[in-house]
Design a protein around this ligand. Structure first.
Ligand SMILES: O=C(O)c1cc(=O)[nH]c(=O)n1[C@@H]1O[C@H](COP(=O)(O)O)[C@@H](O)[C@H]1O
Length: 267
C-alpha cells in the first residue's frame, strides 16, 4: 500500500483534505500546560483529540522539535496520531549527499511521509524515493515571499526552476510515491503545475495564517486517483492557535471543522 493509497482512504473516511500542522511554538502553549513534563506533547495530544475527526493527516514541522525534549514530544505525538488512524507527514525539508541522506531517510521509520528539498538533486533524494510505501513531498513552489527568488528564475530552456523541479519529480516518481509542495499563495503556479503534472498530489500550505487562496488550493492541489481527489491543504497556526487559554482545543476543533467545510465547497 503506497502512502497515497493510505491517504485516499483517510480522505474518504473523514471527507477531508485538511492537513493539521503541529507546530507547537513553545511561547504560545497555554499557561496551564506549561507545568507538564513535555508541554509540546501535552498540547499536541489535546489538539489531536480535538481535531482528528477532520484531519486527513498531521504535519509536525521538525523545527519545533529539534531538541531532546522535542524529539520525545514528537515521538509521543506520532504514536498518538497513528493510534487515531491518522497518517503523519513529517515536515523536515531534508536531503544531503548520499552518505548523509541515507541517515535522514531513517526519519521515515517514524513517519508516513516527509518533505524534502530538491536543491542537491536526485542522489540526495534517492533513499527517500526508495521507500516505496512512504510519501516524499518535494519542495517545488514554496509559499513564502522569497519563494520567487530562485524558484521563478527562467532557465535557458524557457522553463522556470519550479517547472523543472516538477518535471524532475515526475521522473523520480517510479514508485508512485512523490508529491509536490506548492503554496496556496501562488495560485497561478498551482494552476499551471496541475496542468504540467496532472497525476501528482500536492501538499498546499499557506492557507490560514499566510492568507493563501483556498479555492485554488483545492481546485489544483488534488490529483484524481480512482475517483478520489488526493492531496493535502495545510493550516498550522490557523488551527492550533485559533484560541487561547483553557479552551484552546475547542477553538482548534472549530477551526479545523471550518477549514474542512470550506475546502469541501470546492472539492
Ligand atoms: O513544506 C511545507 O509544509 C511548507 C512549505 C511552504 O512553501 N510553506 C509553508 O508554510 N510550509 C510549512 O507549512 C506550515 C505553515 O504554517 P502556518 O502558516 O502556520 O499555516 C509551516 O510548518 C511551514 O514550514
Amino acid at each position: 500500500m503506497t502512502f497515497f493509497d493510505t491517504l485516499a482512504d483517510r480522505i474518504r473516511a473523514t471527507d477531508s483534505v485538511v492537513s493539521v500542522g503541529l507546530d507547537p511554538d513553545p511561547s504560545r502553549i497555554p499557561e496551564h500546560l506549561q507545568e507538564y513534563d513535555l508541554p509540546r506533547w501535552a498540547f499536541n495530544r489535546r489538539i489531536i483529540d480535538a481535531t482528528h475527526e477532520f484531519a486527513a493527516c498531521y504535519k509536525p514541522n521538525a523545527a519545533f522539535y529539534e531538541d531532546p525534549d522535542g524529539w520525545r514530544a514528537l515521538t509521543e505525538t506520532i504514536a498518538y496520531a497513528h493510534g487515531k488512524d491518522v497518517p503523519v507527514l513529517l515536515d523536515a525539508k531534508r536531503a544531503d549527499i548520499g552518505n548523509t541522506t541515507r541517515q535522514y531517510a531513517g526519519l521515515l521509520d517514524r513517519a508516513d511521509a516527509i518533505t524534502v528539498n530538491p536543491y542537491m538533486g536526485r542522489d540526495s533524494l534517492q533513499p527517500f524515493l526508495d521507500r516505496q510505501e512512504k510519501g516524499v513531498f518535494v519542495l517545488c513552489r514554496t509559499s513564502n515571499p522569497g519563494g520567487a527568488d530562485l524558484q521563478d528564475l527562467e532557465l535557458d530552456s524557457g522553463e522556470t526552476v519550479y517547472e523543472r523541479v516538477a518535471a524532475l519529480a515526475d521522473l523520480w516518481n517510479a514508485n508512485d510515491n512523490v508529491g509536490l509542495v506548492v503554496g496556496a499563495t501562488a495560485p497561478e503556479e498551482l494552476e499551471s503545475l496541475r496542468e504540467q503534472v496532472p497525476d501528482i498530489p500536492f501538499l498546499v500550505p499557506g492557507v490560514g495564517a499566510q492568507g493563501g487562496d483556498v479555492e485554488a488550493a483545492v481546485e489544483y492541489g488534488l490529483a484524481d486517483r480512482d475517483g478520489v481527489g488526493v492531496g493535502l491543504v495545510n493550516s498550522s497556526r490557523g488551527i492550533i492557535f485559533a484560541g487561547e487559554g483553557e479552551n484552546f482545543d475547542k477553538a482548534a476543533r472549530g477551526s479545523a471543522k471550518q477549514l474542512r467545510d470550506r475546502l469541501n465547497r470546492y472539492r
